[in-house]
Design a protein around this ligand. Structure first.
Ligand code: AVI
Length: 319
C-alpha cells in the first residue's frame, strides 16, 4: 500500500514542521498549510472581496496587455506554470498564445493537477498538457513535449512570490531560471508597495473572510493532526510592517491556554500570537534586485493606473 505509506509519511513530516514552528520563541506556522479544501475555497472567496485588490487588478492588467504579452512570448513556447494553473489568467494566456508547444502545470498536489489537466484538456484540445507533480521550490525534470519548444516561459501569477522570505524568493526565482533555461523568460505577478491603509484593509476585509481563512488553519490542524485548538480562543490580525514592506498575518491567543498537537503540549499566553503568513509588497527596484540575483532581467513591466500591482516579463541573463 505505497499510497497510504506516502500519505502517512507526509503527515508525519508536516506535523514535525508544525511542531517545530510552534516551539520557536516566536511561534509560526507556514502559510502552505492554509490550503486544504476549505482553505482553498476561502481563498477563492477572499479574491472576490472588494478590499482584496490583487486578483482583480492582476487580471485587468493581463487583459489589457495580453496582445503585447503574447507578442513577447512568441510562437512555439512551452508555458511552465508554478502552481496548478486553475486560474482565469492561465486560460487567458492559453487562449491568446500562438502555436503553443505545451502547457506544463507544476504542483505538489496530484489532485489539483488532475483537475487542471482534465478541464484544460477538454477546453484546449489542441494544446499538449503535461502535468508535473513536484515541489516547485526545488529543481525538477521537465517533460519533453511532442513539439519541441523554442523557449520555456515560466508563469507565476498571483503574487505568491510575496509569501516567501526574500532569501527563499530569490531561491525560488533561481529554480525558475533553471527551468526557463538559457533562452527562456519569466512572466510573474507581484504586489507593489502602497499606503498601509490600503494593504491592511485588503487583509482585514469587512466580511471577515480573511479571518475565517486564517482560523481555518487551526481547524485543519484539529481535523488532520489531532490538535485541540479552541477556535473562539483565537483572533485574526493582519498588520502592515512599513519597514519590512510586508503584511504579517497572526492568530492571537485571547487567553492563557495550552493546546495539544500530535501528543505534545504547547502553551500560549494571553496576547501571544502565532505568525501564519507574510505577504511582501515590492518596489520595482527591490524586485529587480531579487530577479538579477537569480539571473533574470526585467524587460517589460505593466501596472494599473493606481500602481497597485505589477505584471512583469523578464528574460534569462546568460553570463
Ligand atoms: C496567495 N497569496 C498571494 C495571498 C496574499 O495576498 O499574500 C494569500 C492571502 N492571505 C490573505 N489573503 C490572501
Amino acid at each position: 500500500m505505497p499510497e497510504i505509506e506516502n500519505t502517512d509519511t507526509a503527515r508525519h513530516t508536516d506535523e514535525q514542521e508544525i511542531l517545530a514552528g510552534l516551539k520557536q520563541p516566536q511561534k509560526i506556522i507556514s502559510p502552505k498549510f492554509f490550503y486544504d479544501e476549505a482553505g482553498s475555497q476561502l481563498f477563492d472567496e477572499i479574491c472576490q472581496q472588494p478590499e482584496y485588490y490583487p486578483t482583480r487588478t492582476e487580471l485587468d492588467i493581463m487583459h489589457q496587455h495580453i496582445d503585447e504579452i503574447a507578442h513577447l512570448i512568441g510562437p512555439h513556447a512551452s508555458i511552465i506554470e508554478f502552481g496548478s494553473g486553475s486560474s482565469i489568467k492561465t486560460r487567458l494566456l492559453l487562449e491568446k498564445l500562438n502555436a503553443l508547444a505545451a502547457y506544463v502545470p507544476v504542483d505538489i498536489s496530484r489532485e489539483h493537477l488532475t483537475q487542471t489537466t482534465q478541464s484544460l484538456a477538454a477546453d484546449f484540445p489542441d494544446i499538449e498538457v503535461l502535468p508535473v507533480c513536484a515541489d516547485f521550490t526545488q529543481p525538477f525534470d521537465l517533460p519533453t513535449p511532442k513539439t519541441l519548444p523554442i523557449k520555456n516561459i515560466v508563469f507565476f501569477p498571483g503574487s505568491t512570490i510575496g509569501n516567501f522570505s526574500t532569501e527563499d524568493a530569490i531561491n525560488l526565482l533561481r529554480v525558475m531560471r533553471t527551468e526557463a533555461r538559457s533562452d527562456g523568460a519569466l512572466l510573474i505577478g507581484f504586489d507593489l508597495e502602497k499606503p498601509k491603509m490600503i494593504v491592511e484593509s485588503a487583509y482585514n476585509d469587512a466580511a471577515g473572510v480573511t479571518a475565517k481563512f486564517n482560523l481555518n488553519l487551526l481547524a485543519r490542524l484539529n481535523r488532520e493532526h489531532s490538535a485541540n485548538f479552541e477556535l473562539q480562543a483565537f483572533a485574526h490580525e493582519a498588520i502592515y510592517d512599513d519597514d519590512q514592506k510586508r503584511i504579517e498575518m497572526r492568530l492571537i491567543s485571547l487567553c492563557q491556554q495550552a493546546v495539544h498537537i500530535s501528543g505534545e503540549r504547547i502553551e500560549l499566553n494571553a496576547g501571544e500570537y502565532i505568525v501564519t503568513e507574510h505577504s511582501h509588497k515590492y518596489s520595482l527596484n527591490r524586485f529587480k534586485y531579487m530577479a538579477r540575483q537569480a539571473g533574470f532581467e526585467p524587460r517589460q513591466t505593466w501596472s494599473d493606473a493606481d500602481n497597485l500591482f505589477c505584471v512583469q516579463y523578464l528574460t534569462a541573463i546568460n553570463n
